[in-house]
Write a protein that binds this ligand. Structure first.
Ligand SMILES: C[S@@+](CC[C@H](N)C(=O)[O-])C[C@H]1O[C@@H](n2cnc3c(N)ncnc32)[C@H](O)[C@@H]1O
Length: 263
């Protein structure tokens, strides 16, 4: 169900990129898995109760966060969202394994009519794709019950800084450092915890690095239309600037935010 009055961002490119990469995403997105697990560890450390009534996860992809949430919590009513409906198949398999029921709603979270009176809204590695984050956060806050939790992970301004320094245009639209989150949280939410940490992956070659980006659906267009010479030039420049012990580093800049609606 869509609320047509909200902003109509063109999600087609993001959708194409993730739908194409979905199959390979699960095995290759080891950093996103780690980030999702850390988000749940933060929820547990802050004393979020083991049993939760109504939970919404958006941008669930192939279920890295879904899986970590189900390891930690017993959830009565789970709603799963992603921009791409191709996510339903891997998610159904995951839910079946866990004996967990869930309802699905596909489409951009900014445009969905949200379930209400939620105990928890959670999302990992997705908010960087939302253009008007303050408006979306305000809608999410309205959908929480008093005492409900909002747990998010995104990426900071150092995300893929090597690619940015080499002139890549294919970054996600909304990288925010942890310190910027308090400025955009709606008045109705209290910040409970936040963290930021870089995670470096190492690649033997530029081809391996670009393959990783394509397989995780991130910067899927980055090397589109490149010939052999473009690739050689990219590798040469990347090595000159960033190589360490003959490896090419790629920096993820993870940010975790936990907020609560006062009870
Ligand atoms: C990097 S993946 C993260 C998937 C999963 N949460 C994880 O931690 O592995 C980002 C996901 O967000 C979805 N996505 C992007 N923009 C979205 C939007 N506006 N609303 C809902 N989902 C969105 C993509 O389709 C993709 O599956």
């Amino acid at each position: 169900m869509k609320d047509q009055s909200l902003s109509s961002i063109d999600h087609t490119r993001v959708q194409r990129s993730f739908a194409r990469g979905l199959q390979s995403y699960h095995e290759n997105a080891s950093v996103q898995r780690q980030i999702a697990e850390e988000l749940v560890a933060i929820l547990a450390a802050q004393g979020v109760p083991k049993t939760l009534g109504r939970v919404l996860e958006f941008g669930c992809g192939t279920g890295h966060l879904t899986s970590a949430l189900l390891d930690q919590f017993d959830i009565d009513a789970l709603t799963l969202n992603d921009l791409v409906s191709e996510a339903e198949q891997p998610l159904q398999a995951l839910l079946q394994q866990r004996g967990q029921a869930a309802s699905f709603c596909f489409g951009a979270i900014e445009e969905l009519v949200l379930p209400q009176q939620l105990d928890l809204i959670a999302s990992a590695s997705t908010v960087q794709w939302i253009a008007d984050l303050p408006a979306t956060l305000s809608r999410l806050s309205d959908a929480l019950r008093p005492g409900g939790w909002l747990a998010l992970s995104g990426f900071g301004r150092h995300q893929f800084h090597q690619l940015v320094e080499l002139g890549s245009q294919a970054a996600a639209p909304n990288y925010l450092d942890a310190g910027e989150w308090p400025l955009i949280l709606p008045a109705g939410l209290e910040l409970v915890a936040m963290r930021q940490q870089t995670i470096d992956l190492q690649f033997a070659s530029a081809i391996d690095l670009l393959r990783h980006l394509r397989r995780t659906g991130v910067n899927g267009q980055a090397s589109r239309g490149w010939g052999r010479r473009d690739l050689e030039q990219f590798e040469r420049r990347y090595r000159q600037r960033f190589a360490c012990a003959d490896q090419l580093p790629l920096t993820y800049d993870a940010v975790w935010i936990l907020a609560r609606k006062p009870g």
